[in-house]
Design a protein around this ligand. Sequence first.
Ligand SMILES: N[C@@H](CCC[C@H](N)C(=O)O)C(=O)O
Length: 260
Amino acid sequence: MKINFFKYQGAGNDFILIDHTESPIKNIDNELVANLCHRRFGIGADGLMFLTAHDQYDFEMHYFNADGNLGSMCGNGGRCIVAFAKHLGIINKETNFLAVDGPHYARISENGEWVDLQMIDVATIDRDKEAYVLNTGSPHYVALKTDLKNLDVFQEGRSIRYNETYKEKGINVNFVEDKGDHLFVRTYERGVEDETYACGTGVTAVAMAMAKHNEQTGHVKTDIKVLGGDIKIEFDYDGETFSNVFLCGPAKLVFEGEVD
Ligand SMILES: N[C@@H](CCC[C@H](N)C(=O)O)C(=O)O
């Protein structure tokens, strides 16, 4: 069976995109997804998405993590599938599509390489000792650090993701350093089980946690640097709820191909 695929990346978070609108692949299972995402034996990616048709939305996004399991919301994946939908001619400058956490609005630049994606409102932030824990479509743990560039994100992230509190359901672990005019963020991702170059729901969670931490209310704009590039987050925060949340950043086609 031949599979046509497109490879996209959003700030270095990379994905395999498959158009499932016309000739859906049969017998999709976790093993097939994990094999396609494998960086030695497959195409290589942090996750894989199917774009399917929907009668009430422009399209529907189905996201799988690199380990082959169905994921929760992927923010950078959401931005990349919007760029993909434009590439396929399904949408033009704006879209309303459906993802696992509900409907999403997004707008896309003329050249199709920058996407502003609206994320879900968030009203609950918990604490785990000094860290913040919240769900921005996927579950996230946010810890403040100094000298983040020298942190062993794999070891420290993995030890939190697999501790007694989180090991059953898992969690994405974000470390943030406040650099004054921007935040520097590194993330250990559940489902990839490694550090990735960017995590969209992760940087959204970080910007929210830092607004709460710094008691910053009103319309909050945050510039974030990750290993794979720059991302911007905007939201309104009234001290309780984060609304009008936008995750903004690059979403680029890398190559397309066919695999057996
Ligand atoms: N890279 C993603 C997060 C994907 C979801 C996650 N790994 C999970 O299922 O926990 C993003 O950009 O948000």
